[in-house]
Design a protein around this ligand. Structure first.
Ligand code: A2P
Length: 333
């Protein structure tokens, strides 16, 4: 029998995209159950031309469910993830709640699909900035081990949810109309501004949690905790695609031509690197796309050993950074 699939957080920014991905990829299922907070109970959403009524999430929501896609925040995952597993479902969790649990595979299907087999009921979907960096870095790492990388991110509002996207729209409108605007979702004015990612900063080292996710999740997904990684994560006033500048150091010398060669056939990657037209990855082009756009492929002139490459990448935070990756994991199941 085809599986019964549930989306927890179906009305959220990622939830809507999960529904869309299941439909577009014609995911085999016998029933789709949409779950959200009591605020959304009774609302309807359209799946393959049919209306489905959203139900309030509770302990009985997972009766008969085979696959539960969670995207309603870490605290909901912590409480309801184990309930779903007990009911017999396999959970694909988009939150950070279980990512570092040794019993929970952390999966990017282009990188470590075989890890799915190790699951004990829960599989974690990695952090969006991590996925967007690792899809192009993995095939390079496979050819010439990456010893170190430094990332600077330009992160969209969508990573903070639908309300943050709305706040960006409203804040921009208010700014243009010269009206006062006080943000309530994010801690700083967003329109015509940017700010260091609002995740908690560790007083021990000054890195925020988003930055440390990129470090620790890469180690786990690549199965290589010797890679030295540092990141600076910044929110920029873009709606739904993250960009990242990556400085990548390899074990042996490597040329931009080799990098292009490898990435030309890499799954989930599209090269956008037109030096003449000055056309490179942009969030507007990445939005709505499953592929990670990669460009600015050049030798890092600050490293005379020839082992360092600079890249600029962009990827849809809601798709490959979240919903699409989760649905690809479900397809592996
Ligand atoms: P709702 O729309 O009813 O608030 P986002 O990441 O865009 O902020 O979306 C969060 C998702 O998580 C939404 O679908 C939201 O539902 C859902 N959610 C938030 N709180 C709860 C809760 N207590 N129980 C179930 N779902 C919740």
């Amino acid at each position: 029998a085809l599986p019964v699939v549930a989306i927890v957080g179906a009305t959220g920014a990622v939830g809507v995209e999960l529904l869309e991905c299941l439909e577009q990829r014609d995911f085999p299922l016998s029933e789709l159950r949409l779950l959200a907070s009591p605020r959304s109970a009774g609302k309807t959403m359209t799946f393959k031309g049919k209306e489905i009524t959203v139900q309030a999430l509770d302990e009985n929501s997972f009766d008969g469910v085979n696959i539960a896609l969670f995207s309603a925040g870490g605290s909901i995952s912590k409480v309801y993830g184990p309930i779903a597993v007990k009911a017999g479902a396999v959970v694909v969790d988009n939150s950070s709640a279980f990512r570092q649990d040794p019993n929970v595979p952390l999966v990017v299907p282009e990188v470590n699909p075989e890890a799915v087999k190790q699951h004990q009921g829960i599989i974690a979907n990695p952090n969006c900035s991590t996925i967007i960096a690792l899809v192009p870095l993995w095939p390079l790492h496979a050819k010439n081990r990456i010893t170190r990388f430094i990332a600077a991110t330009y992160q969209a509002a969508s990573g903070a949810g639908a309300a943050a996207m709305e706040e960006l729209r409203e804040g921009t409108r208010a700014y243009l109309e010269g009206k006062p605007f006080t943000p309530t979702v994010l801690p700083h004015p967003y329109a015509f501004n940017l700010f260091s990612h609002n995740a908690k900063v560790d007083p021990a080292n000054g890195y925020n949690e988003e930055e440390m996710k990129m470090v620790k999740e890469t180690w786990k997904i690549f199965g290589d905790a010797d890679i030295r990684i540092s990141a600076t994560c910044v929110r920029v006033p873009v709606l739904r695609a993250h960009s990242e500048a990556l400085t990548v150091e390899f074990e042996r010398p490597i040329t931009p031509a080799e990098v292009k060669d490898i990435l030309a056939t890499a799954p989930g990657v599209r090269i956008v690197d037109d030096w003449e037209k000055n056309y490179f990855p942009m969030p507007v082009d990445a939005s709505g796309q499953g592929d990670i756009l990669v460009g600015r492929i050049r030798q890092d002139i600050s490293d005379p050993s020839g082992r360092s490459i600079q890249l600029f990448v962009a990827g849809d935070q809601l798709l490959k950074g979240a919903a699409l990756n989760a649905v690809q994991i479900a397809e592996l199941l």
